[in-house]
Design a protein around this ligand. Structure first.
Ligand code: BGC
Length: 443
């Protein structure tokens, strides 16, 4: 068979994504540092600790690794508690470090995509009620103004809030994230305030930088009825889909937050996204179950024969990436895949997972959908929230005791994709021969 390639458009952004608390180390002034110090919160009592030591300067060597392996973009986040350690104190030295990172990327022809809020909140903010407090959106906007004013020469792609849906669900429904609550009324309050915060941030960013492109990154979970023939599986699936996948982005289009049990008008949120940020990892089946009233009568699980990641956290279901792209495309805005990846310390699943998901992205591009870039989660193993260090999402592995980076074979796989700007048959044969026939059928 002749060499073939699924070619991506010129100028496509190829990068990886990281987040401040997960890579910086020594973040001691936010709600996660406190959470990590409480018994029973993080698996095996693990802590973010020194993480990947980016704050100690190792960001540069990791950025160099990314650049040297063909990446032309990087998504990372700013830690609010470093910029504003106390309500009336701003730390310009901290801001300068981020400025240095942005400048480095810019000068090395890598497009920076900066996230302004990725799960963590300053302790002083949490003491005032955090996102349950309706004054928080304005406080967030003040912080955003400060950051954007200083980074604007090098950055024009901004994510205001990473995964508001996960932040709300994990903090106020399942309780795995701080503040560890299970309180639906509070969850709605937090949703409204996050949306207001995003809207205020959006306005400020555009005031400071007219050419800015601003969005949120949504964790899109593909959901399908467990039994296509059983009508009762559909309503719980639809309701979960509405609440988790759609409600927030819909509100950023229409200004109306439409939850099955509550409707809220937030007019200032209408039309406040310039692109859709899609974080896709996996798909669940949803089955009607009277027992599961807490999940609105829909039990979620992976298909029996699914291709699972080592800790069973992710099922490799590329069709779900297609669902996510379709969902994103329907907003009629450019789409950036702001996260996609798999925890796999063995690096046996990652190559085929990545290639198959990118193949779906290529398909969507061939429908002329406006997909602008792909950011693999993640550049190097980092602190996985309540799952601590037990899950390894990095292209590079990390030895947390020595800070040594371990070059996984996925580094070479991704480098080939970035440099060829596509998925070539040669590359698939080399890194994921088990899916070669599927992607390049003989006839
Ligand atoms: C989050 C990341 C996290 C990743 C893998 C996403 O939901 O944005 O912070 O590391 O999932 O668990």
């Amino acid at each position: 068979m002749p060499d073939a390639i699924f070619q991506f458009p010129r100028g496509f952004m190829w990068g990886t994504a990281t987040a401040a608390h997960q890579v910086e180390g020594n973040n001691i002034n936010n709600n996660w540092a406190k959470w990590e110090s409480e018994p029973g919160r993080i698996i095996k009592g693990q802590k973010s600790g020194l993480a990947c030591d980016w704050w100690g300067g190792r960001w540069k060597e990791d950025f160099e690794r990314a650049r040297n392996t063909g990446q032309n973009a990087h998504r990372f986040s700013i830690e609010w508690s470093r910029i504003q350690p106390e309500p009336d104190r701003w730390d310009d030295e901290a801001l300068n470090k981020y400025l240095e990172m942005c400048r480095w990327l810019y000068r090395n022809n890598m497009t920076p995509l900066v996230t302004l809020h990725h799960f963590t909140d300053p302790l002083w903010l949490v003491e005032r009620g955090g996102w349950e407090n309706e004054e928080t959106p304005a406080l967030f906007a003040r912080y955003v103004r400060r950051v954007v004013t200083s980074l604007k020469d090098y950055v024009n792609l901004w994510v205001t809030i990473n995964e508001p849906n996960v932040y709300i669900f994990s903090g106020w429904v399942s309780g795995e994230f701080p503040p560890g609550k299970n309180d639906l009324a509070c969850a709605v309050k937090v949703a409204v305030n996050l949306i207001r915060g995003h809207a205020a941030g959006y306005k400020v960013i555009h005031e400071v930088q007219s050419e800015a492109q601003v969005g949120v990154a949504t964790n899109y979970r593909s959901l399908v009825p467990a039994r296509s023939w059983f009508l009762l599986d559909r309503p719980p699936m639809k309701i979960q889909d509405q609440i988790f996948n759609r409600a927030i982005n819909d509100c950023l289009s229409s200004g109306k937050l439409n939850l099955p049990f509550k409707k809220v008008n937030i007019p200032e949120a209408a039309g406040t996204q310039d692109f859709i940020g899609l974080n896709y990892y996996t798909r669940d089946l949803v089955q009607f179950s009277l027992k599961d009233y807490a999940s609105l009568f829909g039990r979620r699980f992976f298909p029996k024969d699914a291709d699972l990641s080592p800790t069973g956290f992710i099922a490799n279901i590329p069709a779900g990436m297609w669902d996510g792209l379709k969902w994103a495309h329907e907003y009629k805005l450019p789409v950036i895949i702001t996260e996609n990846g798999v925890e796999d310390h063995l690096d046996t699943l990652r190559p085929r997972y990545t290639i198959e998901h990118l193949h779906q992205v290529w398909r969507a591009i061939n429908f002329n959908w406006r997909i602008k870039g792909y950011f693999h989660w993640s550049l190097v193993d980092n602190f996985e929230w309540e799952r601590g260090w037990t899950q390894r999402f990095g292209l590079w592995g990390l030895d947390t005791t020595t800070q040594e980076r371990i070059r996984r074979s996925s580094v070479d796989m991704y480098e080939t994709i970035c440099k060829e700007n596509g998925i070539s048959s040669d590359m698939v044969k080399r890194y994921a021969p088990e899916i070669f026939e599927k992607l390049f059928p003989a006839d």
